[in-house]
Ligand binder design. Structure first.
Ligand code: ZN
Length: 344
């Protein structure tokens, strides 16, 4: 092939002259020269080296690293991440336990409250845990001892069931024997109020504590029992305690007391209540709760219709498999949220 090229070019040589002839001669001498072959060989060698290198780097930049060291390092990082996440979970649950301990400490030592110097005797042990109250009916009688207490006790005794009495301090005066009878027959005494005068007890934390101490001391003096559960007059959410309600609640909780609103209202003190309306209200509402805290009255505005309705309520619910019990601070509190209140 080289011979052929040379031959062709040599054939043209006689037809050109001067500079052109010289230039063509220099081209001919390069193409056929040793230098040309050197350059050709170097070029081919370079191409042979560069192409595989480009191919390799191109492939590796897109693929997973095949290096076992890198895979090992990634595995190690994943393990470290897992260990850190586990540590975080441990830390969180430790933190929860610490917060629970802190809550208990607050109840025991009350180190946050500005009211801790007031009535330091008002302090009880809170519950360690709450019991399972499924299908239990807690009958509660407010505002006594009063006109119906004796009749109520007789009915409870007949059916051999226990109940709870949230008593009023001023009503105990002159009825001390009745209060002792409640305790002797195995029922629970809870605190309601001494005066039951909303404007006095909800005017300030001090006012509430003064009233509470008065009734608590009276109960202890008469029965020897220090009550540790209570019910706010009017319930925990009412139109009189908007100003101090939450402060009073946290003060009482920090002193170990538990309070109970109700989830079954009987409206037994309503002007138009009858034994039938009381019965229907209690039965219908009891069916919609896993456990019921029933509001009834044995004092205050209580009337004979409450006593009249009571045996039918007990018999009906017993026949449906419910049981009756008295409250303790281990019953999970039934507490109003907001807005719903009626006379307690
Ligand atoms: Zn009341």
């Amino acid at each position: 092939m080289i011979d052929h090229v040379n031959t062709g070019l040599h054939r043209q040589v006689p037809q050109v002259k001067g500079q052109i002839k010289l230039r063509r001669s220099s081209q001919i001498s390069y193409l056929g020269s040793v230098r040309f072959f050197k350059h050709l060989i170097i070029g081919v060698v370079l191409v042979m080296l560069i192409l595989p290198w480009m191919a390799m780097t191109g492939v590796y930049s897109r693929a997973e690293p095949a290096d076992p060291d890198i895979a090992g390092q990634l595995g190690e990082l994943a393990r470290q991440q897992e260990a850190l996440l586990q540590e975080l979970e441990d830390y969180k649950s430790e933190n929860r336990l610490l917060l629970q301990e802190l809550d208990k400490a607050r109840v025991l030592y009350d180190f946050d409250s500005p009211y801790s110097q007031l009535h330091p005797e008002l302090r009880v042990s809170g519950p360690q845990e709450y019991i399972d109250s499924t299908k239990v009916i807690y009958l509660t009688f407010d505002d006594g001892p009063g006109v119906n207490t004796r009749a109520v006790l007789k009915i409870l005794d007949k059916y051999n069931i226990k109940a709870t009495f949230f008593v009023v301090g001023y009503a105990i005066e002159g009825r001390e024997e009745l209060l002792r009878q409640i305790v002797e027959e195995g029922h629970t005494i809870g605190i309601h109020s001494y005066s039951h005068v909303y404007k006095e007890i909800y005017n300030s934390v001090e006012g509430f504590l003064d009233d509470f101490a008065k009734v608590s001391n009276k109960i202890e003096e008469v029965t020897g029992i220090k009550a540790d559960i209570f019910r706010f007059p009017g319930g925990s959410v009412n139109s009189f305690n908007e100003g101090w309600g939450n402060t009073i609640i946290s003060e009482m909780l920090s002193r170990g007391y538990r309070y109970y609103d109700w989830n079954v209202g009987s409206s037994d003190v309503a002007a138009d209540a009858t034994a039938g309306s009381i019965y229907n209200a209690v039965i219908n509402q009891a069916h919609s709760h896993s456990y019921s805290v029933v509001l009834l009255h044995d004092g205050g505005g209580s009337k004979a219709r409450t006593v009249e309705a009571l045996p039918q309520i007990i018999e009906k619910l017993l026949s449906e498999g419910y049981s009756f019990d008295k409250m303790t601070n281990q019953v999970k509190p039934t507490v109003f949220n907001t807005g719903s209140y009626s006379r307690g």
